[in-house]
Design a protein around this ligand. Structure first.
Ligand SMILES: NC(=O)c1ccc[n+]([C@@H]2O[C@H](COP(=O)([O-])OP(=O)(O)OC[C@H]3O[C@@H](n4cnc5c(N)ncnc54)[C@H](OP(=O)(O)O)[C@@H]3O)[C@@H](O)[C@H]2O)c1
Length: 258
């Protein structure tokens, strides 16, 4: 193979790569030839995903990342650049959600969700986007949620954070126009992951009952994390001149007998 046949090397960062959608995205990007940097607080879980990427012939590194901590995000960016070189793709995926009626949710809980889901995404932008703009190339993908357009009761702090995130992303899309840096939004519907897995059973049942009450659970199917990972891979692999600025992915309903 001559050097002209080789695909360009495009180092990619995935946050929240220790589980769910982030782990699946790291695996898909790794399999497609992107050198991947995995970030999360549980580095041991990221290391398992990185080992799988390497077994499949890909390149992967792991560094600790706490998106609520300015210093941690800065250290992560420095370590990734030292390992992989100029970062071309940033997937802002990490997120957290807790259940609760918002007038009973304390301000600290509200703050902690906004800190990861919204301010954490902004910390990531500050760490990586200025250099992308300077190089006139790069892809930034924000993992939002369908709650950004169809809010659900019992998770108002989360809905506020994702509405905020999409506002930030849409403003950025205009600010970045003509810079060669594409900012995109992926908006998943219900997806199997660790999200909600630490809630107590009563809280989880209350949430699901509220979804049904407001017509927000039309059928019981959830997406696999790989469905979102494939959408993210399609966005960052779109050819120059094409910008997939918003991709909404929802679980298909079970097919009914005729
Ligand atoms: N599952 C769904 O139904 C669904 C639907 C719509 C949108 N989403 C969005 O999809 C994204 C991924 O969620 P998921 O469903 O894959 O859930 P998940 O399995 O719970 O993964 C969440 C990830 O975020 C990371 N994270 C949390 N706090 C962090 C922090 N302070 N610093 C760094 N990383 C942090 C976690 O890693 P550590 O704990 O190891 O730090 C974990 O890897 C989130 O933005 C979520 O809002 C999910």
């Amino acid at each position: 193979m001559s050097k002209y046949d080789q695909p360009p090397r495009r180092p990619a960062v995935v946050t929240g790569a220790s589980s769910g959608i982030g782990a699946a995205t790291a695996l898909v990007l790794g399999a497609q030839g992107f050198p991947v940097a995995l970030g999360a607080r549980r580095t041991e879980k990221c290391a398992e995903v990185a080992a799988q990427i390497r077994e499949n012939g890909g390149e992967a590194v792991v560094h600790p990342l706490d998106l609520t901590d300015d210093g941690s995000v800065a250290d992560f960016a420095t370590s990734v650049a030292a390992d992989l070189g100029d970062v071309e793709v940033v997937v802002s995926n990490a997120g957290s959600v807790g259940p609760g009626v918002i007038h009973e949710v304390d301000t600290e809980r509200m703050r902690s969700e906004l800190d990861v889901n919204l301010l954490g995404a902004h910390r990531l932008v500050r760490a990586f986007v200025p250099e992308m703009v300077e190089r006139r190339r790069g892809d930034l993908v924000f993992v939002s949620s369908d709650v950004a357009v169809r809010p659900r009761p019992f998770m108002a702090a989360y809905a506020a954070s994702k509405w905020g995130l999409e506002g930030l992303a849409q403003s950025m899309q205009m600010e970045l126009e003509g810079t060669g840096v594409r900012a995109s939004i992926v908006r998943p519907g219900p997806t199997w992951s660790e999200m909600g897995s630490t809630w107590d059973d009563q809280d989880a049942a209350d949430v699901l009952n509220q979804w049904v009450r407001f017509g927000l659970a039309r059928h019981p199917h959830f997406l696999k994390p790989s469905a979102i990972a494939n959408a993210i891979a399609a966005i960052v692999s779109a050819p120059r001149g094409v910008h997939l600025n918003l991709v909404e992915v929802t679980p298909e309903a079970p097919v009914e007998d005729q």
